[in-house]
Design a protein around this ligand. Structure first.
Ligand SMILES: Nc1ncnc2c1ncn2[C@@H]1O[C@H](COP(=O)(O)OP(=O)(O)OP(=O)(O)O)[C@@H](O)[C@H]1O
Length: 268
């Protein structure tokens, strides 16, 4: 298949400045993400994962370097990029369908066709009977599915996923990983996931990027073999090569731990 770069980070460097002074968060990060690719960012706490994601989302400009989306410099938030977070941020006074359609409203695209797509997404994500319910009537896993429907409703090309499963019970988390993976692959979306969970990174990704810190940089990357990356996350976890990949990532991060940090938890 022909590769086509969707996202590109060029020499990305960011310095946070506040009343306590300036701190260099990330430095000289270069990365290309191809169309349809699922890439995870892992690394110890404070290595700059969220900073990279925020720059990809255009939430603020980098101090140096560039973020390119389809070759164009990102200069602010765009409807081509969707963001899904650990918290679902659903509005309690809006029905599930109204919550899922909020991005369409904001982008002035609340058309009949748009609302029909919301219905289709809710159906696909297993929520057809919840459209008229309110967020407080739903479980945490269901609420995250609504958040995914809301993110997908505006048809972004790229999804940025900032630990979207980390607040869920293990059982629900595994189910949701499968559902998100299957949905994004079917729609051909490009995704960048930030996670502390190395098993999740291996199970969901085509490629895992390992960041080091002080300041954040790309230390290494791990291409996930076809056998595992083409399987659903739940199946991937049961394949024989899975444990070896997990151990490789763990060893990489443990090296950093021994240099004085924390990976934020080994989970499998
Ligand atoms: N708004 C801010 N002002 C100043 N420094 C910040 C700010 N946000 C992040 N930092 C610093 O930038 C560095 C990278 O932070 P970032 O949150 O991107 O890391 P992370 O890898 O996402 O961490 P975690 O895994 O703990 O969520 C850290 O040293 C952090 O303290």
């Amino acid at each position: 298949m022909k590769q086509e770069t969707v996202l590109e980070l060029r020499q990305l460097t960011h310095v946070y400045v506040n009343d306590k002074g300036a701190s260099l968060a990330i430095e000289h990060i270069n990365l290309k993400v191809e169309r349809g690719e699922f890439v995870s960012l892992v690394g110890p706490s404070g290595c700059g994962k969220t900073t990279v994601l925020s720059l990809l989302a255009g939430l603020f400009p980098p101090t140096k370097g560039q973020v390119l989306l389809n070759g164009d410099q990102v200069s602010g938030p765009s409807s081509k990029v969707g963001y899904m977070l650990q918290q679902d941020y659903l509005f309690p006074w809006r029905s599930i369908k109204e919550n899922a359609a909020i991005g369409l409203e904001i982008n002035d695209r609340k058309t009949e066709k748009g609302l029909q797509y919301v219905d289709e997404l809710l159906e696909e994500l297993g929520l057809p009977d919840s459209a008229r319910k309110y967020p407080q009537e739903l479980s945490g896993g269901m609420r995250q599915r609504v958040a995914l429907a809301r993110t997908l409703a505006t048809e972004p090309e790229v999804l940025l996923l900032d630990e979207p499963f980390s607040a869920l019970d293990l059982h629900i988390k595994l189910q949701l990983e499968d559902l998100v993976h299957q949905t994004l692959k079917r729609l051909g979306k490009t995704a960048v996931l930030v996670t502390h969970d190395l098993a999740e990174a291996v199970a969901m990704s085509d490629r895992v990027i390992v960041l080091g810190r002080n300041p954040g940089y790309i230390r290494s990357e791990l291409a996930i073999p076809d056998e595992i990356r083409l399987a659903s996350p739940m199946t991937a976890r049961k394949l024989s090569g899975f444990q070896g990949l997990f151990e490789r990532l763990w060893t990489e991060l443990d090296r950093d731990d021994n240099e004085g940090g924390s990976t934020g938890g080994r989970s499998q």
